[in-house]
Design a protein around this ligand. Structure first.
Ligand SMILES: C[S@@+](CC[C@H](N)C(=O)[O-])C[C@H]1O[C@@H](n2cnc3c(N)ncnc32)[C@H](O)[C@@H]1O
Length: 408
């Protein structure tokens, strides 16, 4: 029986092999000109410049826009996001003016006047590079980020964004647009007139502040995971201060790694019960603890912290619980989806047993990655958040390293 297809889009194609993938559209002026009637001969452009120079000699009128190859390149490479119907009439006119220009004689006054019209059209179609100071508006800050941290991330006071040099604005855009802090991405909007763009961020400033931990661990004994995941010393001290100031004298460090936080707690005078599931890393933690001469305060057990927790809670009632699950190492990054670093995804890498942590009766301190989605913290209003920055010795004073979440 013949099948009746009511909708043309559902009709089977007669020859599927004849389908070709859609070519990626080129929105640059060069691409749009080529789309009209094939690429213009290469000699068109040097000829345009020659004609404009000859016209200047003849009439004394300098070109308004094409003063050299650089401007011309910029015009041809510019990718317009404007609606096609707004630019096509100008592009068609440009195309007809450029046709045959590659063979025009430099001393032909008519060809020179056509070149001047091309010059005007190129100016109209190409945005101006902003030269005057401008305002930059940054939105998307997570509401828990204090002003001092915002200013540190910006590398300037937020108030100074009202008047920035265009180059600084371009650098800031390059560094910060899309940066995920606490599950919220920064948006960087330079306030420009229509048909204006920022200059390119200079290459030597594109590296920006160091965004990743490259300094490695301060611990004498580490393995590859410990190297990435050990808490920086300054932040380990902050963790210890949070617990000490809350009155804790004992802490269970459930995932101690090579022992950076455990040493920080012990140095502050807390007694630490540390667990590490990986035998090699537990041994490294033991050696580090000995090196820092806090052996008397830190008890390292090789084993699954989650399985040991109940016993530890029973023998040390009131002890604080410190949780730094794996997330910083290359190994953990395979497990955890960095795009959506939620509570479930983070704790998923240790079996997702979040209730045993949340049911802890004493103080609870979590170390979270800076891109952790804070909205997914259970009972969000119960946590005090602290944003921990890198240090200037590591050239990382503009980098948010971690977020501490404390529930007293
Ligand atoms: C982010 S690291 C901890 C780093 C540590 N806070 C420091 O500053 O050195 C997490 C560690 O948890 C360990 N781990 C993962 N699951 C565990 C579990 N169920 N019990 C104990 N340790 C575990 C991993 O082997 C890893 O060494």
């Amino acid at each position: 029986m013949r099948r009746a297809w009511s909708c043309p889009h559902l009709r089977p194609r007669r020859n599927p092999s004849a389908l070709t993938p859609l070519a990626k559209q080129d929105h640059s002026l060069r691409g749009r000109l080529s789309a009209l009637d094939g690429a213009l001969p290469r000699k068109t452009w040097p000829s345009l410049i020659r004609l404009l120079r000859a016209r200047k000699k003849r009439t004394g009128e300098a070109p308004q826009f094409v003063t050299g190859h650089g401007e011309l390149q910029r015009a041809l490479d510019f990718e317009s996001r404007r609606e096609a119907k707004l630019v096509w009439p100008d592009i068609e006119r440009l195309h007809s003016l450029l046709k045959g220009m590659h063979v025009a004689k430099a001393d032909d006054p008519q060809a020179q006047d056509r070149a001047a019209q091309v010059d005007q059209l190129l100016q109209k179609l190409t945005p101006r590079i902003r030269e005057e100071p401008l305002e930059v508006v940054i939105t998307g800050w997570h509401p828990s980020i204090p002003q001092a941290v915002r200013d540190a991330v910006l590398g300037r006071s937020e108030a100074s964004l009202g008047e920035m040099s265009p180059v600084d604005a371009a650098v800031l855009h390059h560094e910060l647009a899309g940066l995920n802090l606490g599950g919220s991405r920064l948006r960087v909007r330079p306030v420009l007139f229509k048909q204006e763009v920022l200059p390119a961020a200079p290459r030597n400033r594109r590296a920006g502040p160091q965004r990743r931990d490259r300094e490695g661990s301060w611990l004498p004994h580490t393995d590859d995971v410990g190297q990435w995941s050990a808490t920086p010393w300054a932040i380990a001290q902050k963790h210890a201060a949070i617990l000490a100031e809350a009155g804790s004298t004992e802490v269970i460090d459930l995932f101690c790694g090579c022992g950076a936080d455990a040493i920080g707690f012990a140095e502050r005078g807390l007694d630490v019960w540390a667990c590490e599931v990986d035998a090699g890393r537990a041994a490294l933690a033991f050696r580090n603890v000995a090196m820092f001469e806090v052996k008397g305060r830190v008890d390292v057990t090789r084993g699954d912290g989650l399985a040991l927790l109940e016993d530890l809670q029973a023998t040390h009632p009131g002890a604080a619980l410190y949780v730094d699950p794996p997330w910083g190492s290359a190994e953990a990054q395979k497990v955890v989806a960095r795009e959506a670093l939620t509570w479930t995804a983070l704790l998923g890498s240790i079996g997702g047993q979040t209730d045993v942590l949340l049911d802890h009766e004493g103080p609870l301190l979590l170390k979270l990655p800076r891109d952790f989605d804070l909205e997914t913290l259970p009972e969000p209003t119960r946590w005090t958040l602290q944003w921990n920055m890198g240090t200037s010795e590591q050239n990382a004073e503009r980098i948010v390293k971690t977020i501490s979440a404390f529930r007293g």
